[in-house]
Ligand binder design. Structure first.
Ligand code: HGY
Ligand code: MN
Ligand code: MN
Length: 398
């Protein structure tokens, strides 16, 4: 199957017909359909398929039967709520297409080449981004992962068990990591900084997620005097505005995109409001300072309104500077393409703690991502496949 045919096959899976956004949450039917697609494409190419203990998928091309020293590529198949078509799948489809090109051109790599589809990269269901690659590399405690719950209260461990994975076995897989020499992830650029068809990543900026819990007193919207209210919506509102102010002060990025209101009724003062802050910035201390100032504003407003507030850090990734030798080797193999940082997190950022890791970016003309309008031109996607093919040949045949 060509790139275009693979792309067309995936395109309708998990797509909202009204908004055009994708809802491919880990271990839900649309994402399971994407997993089935991955296995079909792997088998179509006689690749050895592997599902690791954490639910990550791998397809290995082992021309000489060797298992060690593999060059791994790929990305993820899950999405954020209402996400775009390219974030994740572009890297997986491009990986299969690159293997096809290598074979068509008679290239026989000396090293195995693997295609990965990491589980729960967006953290859209269980709340922790890059959950599959964090488990694989030991970047999250298995106990904590087992207990993560989705919005329906289902525990991650139970969901794995429902898919024939033993929740007691999740965690680092040194054997699998030991078989991989490097990881190169191709990904749609999620900003407007890339003006050429393809670029190479230099770094991922620090980023994290924090949960703010505001507890007040539920009451009647029409009969409760203002002075008697302990309304958690008010400190929440102050926190959102403080997040934007702090971001402007520190050159950081803050976003509050998810809020849960209890009981969420029009005529009831909420008893509780839970809100998630996504915080990112050019340096760790700036991100930390930004979050601390948001927390202080939330605390002040909570005190003013007789509301309790709790803050929990759900995940944090310090700055990732990609392996410079690998970065420069890729840039050189591609004849000198732009090298740029990103504000988006990736499995490559997690694997970088354990392996020489690099990223290729494909131009996104509008820069829009995590939204239905996310787009990359077909010519740029094919340029990405050619670039990945050249990089895999350089790394697996050199
Ligand atoms: O949230 C991110 O930065 C990534 O797209 N998961
Ligand atoms: Mn994403
Ligand atoms: Mn992604």
């Amino acid at each position: 199957m060509s790139f275009e045919e693979m792309w067309a096959a995936l395109l309708p899976v998990g797509r909202d017909p009204g908004t055009g956004g994708y809802h491919r949450f880990a271990w839900t039917p649309p994402e399971l359909e994407c997993r089935a697609w991955f296995l079909d494409e792997a088998r179509r190419r006689d690749l050895d398929v592997e599902r690791d203990r954490n639910g990550n998928l791998f397809a290995w091309w082992r021309p000489g039967g060797a298992r060690d020293g593999a060059v791994l590529t790929g990305s993820h198949l899950d999405s954020v709520p209402g996400g775009g078509a390219y974030d994740g799948p572009l890297g997986v489809v491009s990986a299969f297409a690159a293997i096809d090109l290598l074979r068509e051109r008679g290239v026989r790599p000396g090293r195995p080449i693997g295609v990965a589809a990491f589980a729960e990269e967006e953290g859209a269901r269980f709340g922790v981004a890059c959950l599959g690659s964090r488990l694989l590399t030991g970047a999250i405690a298995p106990d904590r992962a087992r207990g993560l719950r989705d919005r329906d209260g289902r525990a991650f461990g139970d969901v794995l068990a429902a898919h024939d994975l033993d929740p007691d076995r999740i965690g680092p897989d040194e054997d699998l990591l030991g078989r991989v020499s490097c990881y190169v992830e191709l990904h749609v650029e999620q900003g407007r900084a890339l003006t050429a068809p393809v670029g190479v990543a230099s770094a991922i900026v620090p980023h994290g997620r924090w949960r703010f819990g505001f507890a007040g007193e539920g009451n009647h919207a029409g009969t409760t005097r203002l002075e008697d209210r302990r309304d958690p919506m008010l400190p929440f509102a102050r926190m959102v505005l403080a997040a934007r102010d702090a971001a402007e002060r520190h050159g950081a990025f803050t976003t509050v995109g998810r809020v849960e209101v209890t009981p969420n009724g029009v005529n009831a003062i909420p008893s509780a409001v839970t809100a998630w802050l996504d915080g990112r910035g050019p340096a760790d201390d700036l991100v930390r300072r930004t979050v601390a100032e948001v927390h202080e504003a939330a605390r002040d407003a909570a005190r003013e309104h007789g509301v309790a507030v709790e803050l929990a850090e759900e995940s944090y990734s310090p700055v990732v500077d990609f392996d410079t030798a690998l970065r420069d080797r890729l840039a050189g193999a591609l004849g000198g393409v732009p090298v740029l940082p990103t504000g988006a997190g990736h499995d490559a950022g997690i694997l970088a703690a354990r392996l020489p890791t690099a990223m290729l970016f494909v131009r996104n003309p509008t820069g829009v991502s995590h939204a239905p309008a996310e787009h990359a031109e077909p010519a740029d996607c094919l340029a990405g496949v050619e670039a990945l093919t050249a990089v895999l040949k350089n790394l697996a045949c050199g």
